[in-house]
Design a protein around this ligand. Structure first.
Ligand code: ADP
Length: 670
């Protein structure tokens, strides 16, 4: 059959365009991508042969070869791994199935400058070869199948595929290199030393030999006296990488940049990790683990088919990617490797779920990571004081030192990128809830910076018993909510939670450090000391008696929206606000549950009035005079709607509201 020409899928074409025309300076990473793919293909073949003993393959010398031709400007990467069949060639190379690609491309098109950063975040895999090659050729044969396949593309939007007599095991990638071009930071990738350096830098730890013919210089001693020794050059095959599993080497012998390169290899990320964590389990279940906290959240962290990045090895043999059972959902941002000693090589995903050893490893990873996060939180003081000492300052109630304690830049980065994910653990992992709470950061009315709960508690007023918070969707709106007024007036700190997840965990987590979480949008609030409270209560009960008729009449008018109209001391400048009853859903929670497809009955709230406010006072007088009841009704309705607006809520009848407002204004202007 003749070669058939195919178009790249639209999204793949866009990505190719982006890669080819990008000013991305790090073009050399194409080699890392090819070697990673080859290494994956060898892993897959080894695994397939273990699972299927009938598979006719050779696994005694799995390796990668690099061939160069300086004159013809050709570079080949050859593996004897699993190979690809026709469908895989067209599906894996010609399309991008990853969800989120469209959004990624839209973003990249918008912001040309950020392209290289975006490419880094997205990972372009095989397509990166078109940064250095004018033509790429794939020759491959799938393990266990007869015929081979030949694939070719100039990266210009189409590719061809045809049957071939490629009979070797695995895949050969051939690149016809572009000319070296210093201005565009394009090196000559046919040079021996260039390749040697790149392999060392990016792929040293790959566990299969990467071989290449190299030129060796030798000196042969003279045969006879008086003659010069001879210098000869000979071509010899050499293994370029050390093949050492990084996680098995003692930590102090490994350089940070080696860890970073390894991270990039397994995470398909082009950034350095934020934090490298090594972990060893000894005793009943032996394992070694090398984990990374990335410095940037991948764009698909919240998508359902997000790839989870812990690889499972058994005694140095790769078993699987994305081993979900090794870490809980809320730590799904972790990348890395776990190498367990006592598992079977044939272990399947189904068995893993119930495996005691995997459970034990999961537990120690969680413990280690939460401990690491805790340790990252504060900046180490400049005068050499350790975080621990600052910690003691908190315990000793040393207010000055506590104030001086600063959250570290690394932790703030972590929190910005992954805080929302970590908070899922607050309702998913009961056993570790307190530990996770210790790492939570929140916005606060105390300062523009984020705070820990521990620091909040240390600043609580003498007779304050609860942790006050407000939760909703928009920080700016929450900060100005009428319900905040009395807290501001009395200088009482309120935490502000504006991630959707906050409304969820705050429903299920009752307290921190023995102090209850108390939403200021809910129930009654008692502020101030006992005496103050008593005086206020007496006054309020007088006013209540006085205005009882008005309150009853207002309630009957607003019956479909509120369950009660009452006076409160919560307000200072505003005439009214809405609060939820102690057991009721707050509006933000209601919205979240609806978004999750749950039926929620309409929750009626409580309208609270400020008896000191001129509007409320006048309303009372007019009502007592029994005049213009229709006008008063409009005013009450506007009062309710504006309270809803002030907290960022949505009006049920916006046009009715604006008509009533205009009526009220017209009257006032007469
Ligand atoms: P990624 O490696 O991120 O999945 P790539 O674009 O690099 O993306 O590769 C796409 C897919 O093509 C790989 O996941 C793999 O299934 C297949 N592939 C690439 N190179 C090889 C190879 N040398 N041998 C076998 N399969 C390969």
């Amino acid at each position: 059959m003749p070669a058939q020409t195919y178009e790249f899928q639209a999204e793949a074409r866009q990505l190719l365009d982006l890669v080819i025309n990008s000013i991305y300076s790090n073009k050399e990473i194409f080699l890392r991508e090819l070697l990673s793919n080859a290494s994956d293909a060898l892993d897959k073949l080894r695994l397939a042969s273990l699972q299927n003993s009938d598979l006719d393959v050779k696994t005694d010398d799995l390796h990668i070869e690099i061939e160069r031709d300086e004159k013809e400007r050709i570079l080949k990467v050859i593996d004897n791994g699993i190979g690809m069949n026709r469908d895989e060639l067209t599906n894996l190379i010609g399309t991008i199935a990853r969800s989120g690609t469209a959004e990624f491309l839209a973003k990249a098109a918008e912001d040309k400058k950020a392209v290289s950063d975006l490419i880094g975040q997205f990972g372009v895999g095989f397509y990166s070869v078109f940064m250095v090659a004018k033509k790429a050729i794939i020759d491959t044969r799938k393990a266990g199948e007869e015929g081979g396949w030949h694939w070719e593309s100039d990266g210009d939007g189409s590719y061809t595929v045809e049957e071939s007599d490629y009979s070797k095991q695995g895949t050969t990638i051939t690149l016809i290199l572009k000319d070296a071009d210093e201005e565009n930071e394009l090196d000559d990738y046919s040079q021996e030393w260039t390749i040697r350096n790149l392999v060392k830098r990016y792929s040293d730890f790959i566990s299969y030999p990467i071989r290449m013919m190299v030129t060796k210089h030798e000196t042969v001693p003279a045969e006879k006296e008086g003659e010069e020794p001879k210098h000869i050059e000979k071509e010899e095959e050499e293994t370029l990488n050390s093949m050492q599993a990084l996680w098995a080497r003692p930590e102090k012998e490994v350089e940070a940049k080696e860890y970073n390169e390894f991270y990039r290899h397994i995470a398909h990320d082009w950034h350095d990790p934020l934090k490298t964590v090594t972990l060893k389990g000894e005793g009943t279940f032996e394992f070694q683990s090398l984990l990374f906290i990335p410095s940037k959240a991948p764009f698909d962290l919240y998508l359902p088919d997000h790839r989870r990045g812990i690889q499972l090895y058994v005694k140095r043999v790769f078993i699987m990617d994305d081993c979900e059972d090794l870490v809980p959902q809320y730590l799904r941002f972790l990348r890395g490797v776990v190498d367990a000693s006592d598992l079977s090589l044939n272990i399947s995903r189904e068995i893993l779920q119930k495996n005691r050893q995997i459970k034990a490893i999961n537990k120690s990873i969680v413990r280690k990571i939460l401990g690491t996060l805790k340790g990252m939180m504060y900046e180490k003081a400049e005068n050499g004081e350790k975080a621990e000492e600052a910690e003691n300052a908190v315990k000793e109630e040393n207010a000055e030192k506590k104030e001086a304690r600063k959250l570290s830049a690394d932790y703030l980065t972590f929190w910005n990128e992954f805080g929302k994910v970590l908070k899922e653990g607050l309702y998913n992992d009961y056993a570790n809830r307190d530990k996770i709470l210790e790492t939570v950061l929140a916005a606060t009315t105390h300062s523009a910076e984020l705070t820990t709960l521990e620091d909040y508690v240390s600043r609580m007023k003498e007779n304050q018993k609860e942790i006050y918070y407000i939760a909703g969707e928009n920080r700016a709106v929450l900060e100005k909510a009428p319900q905040m007024e009395m807290f501001k007036a009395k200088g009482i700190e309120v935490l502000i939670f504006s991630d959707p997840i906050d409304s969820i965990w705050l429903e299920t987590v009752p307290e921190f450090d023995g102090k209850k979480f108390k939403s200021i949008l809910r129930g009654e609030i008692d502020l101030g000391d006992e005496e103050e409270k008593k005086a206020a209560e007496e006054k309020l009960s007088e006013q209540r008696k006085d205005m009882a008729d008005l309150l009853g009449w207002m309630k009957s008018g607003l019956d479909s929206s509120v369950k009660e109209v009452r006076l409160s001391t919560r307000l200072v400048d505003s005439p009214a606000c809405l609060v939820s009853d102690e057991q009721d859903l707050t509006p933000s929670m209601e919205k979240i549950m609806k978004a999750m497809g749950q039926e929620v009955p309409k929750v009626k709230r409580i309208l609270e009035l400020n008896p000191e406010h001129v509007i409320v006072k006048r309303l009372h007088e007019l009502y007592a005079d029994k005049k213009d009841e229709a006008d008063l009704k409009d005013i009450v309705s506007v009062l309710y709607d504006q309270a809803l607006l002030a907290e960022g809520g949505e009006l049920e009848d916006p046009s009715g509201f604006s008509a009533r407002l205009c009526k009220v204004i017209s009257k006032a202007l007469k």
